[in-house]
Design a protein. Structure first.
Length: 144
């Protein structure tokens, strides 16, 4: 699996933590993730705690997988006074370039306990297979 890397992603994350500036649609924040191979599929787990399921958007175009999510403020009653707010709000995004060996038609997504898990199967054409070796007798049977 091939992933787009951004050498400044960690610097952006650190600057956002220090300044308190959150992601916007034009400049989204990064979302932490793990990616690993499990048998015949790749698994991508993205941390999105506090994000509603309907605020997550997953797109795949050719070999580019894009995940965008928005953590919105919790609606509060008029008599509630906010004392402390440390949880980041705003837009989060991650883009991955998927290898041609992955089957982008069969990607599945689950969202549980604030973790979005994507499973991407390895394409049949990319799996190893045995090739039979023909001989003289095979050619004669085929009329050759």
């Amino acid at each position: 699996m091939l992933m787009r890397t951004d050498p400044f992603r960690e610097l952006d994350r650190l600057a956002q933590q220090l300044t308190g500036v959150t992601g916007t649609w034009s400049k989204p924040s990064a979302m932490p993730m793990d990616a690993y191979r499990e048998g015949e599929q790749y698994v991508i787990a993205l941390d999105l705690p506090g994000v509603a399921k309907d605020a997550i958007d997953i797109d795949v175009e050719r070999n580019m997988l894009t995940v965008k999510a928005e953590r919105r403020p919790v609606a509060k009653a008029d008599d509630v006074q906010l004392e402390l707010s440390e949880r980041p709000l705003g837009v989060f995004s991650r883009q991955l370039v998927l290898a041609d060996t992955l089957d982008t038609e069969r990607i599945t997504a689950d969202y549980e306990a604030g973790v979005l898990t994507l499973r991407i199967p390895i394409a049949e054409r990319a799996k190893p297979r045995k090739i039979a070796i023909g001989g003289e007798s095979d050619r004669k049977q085929l009329g050759g």
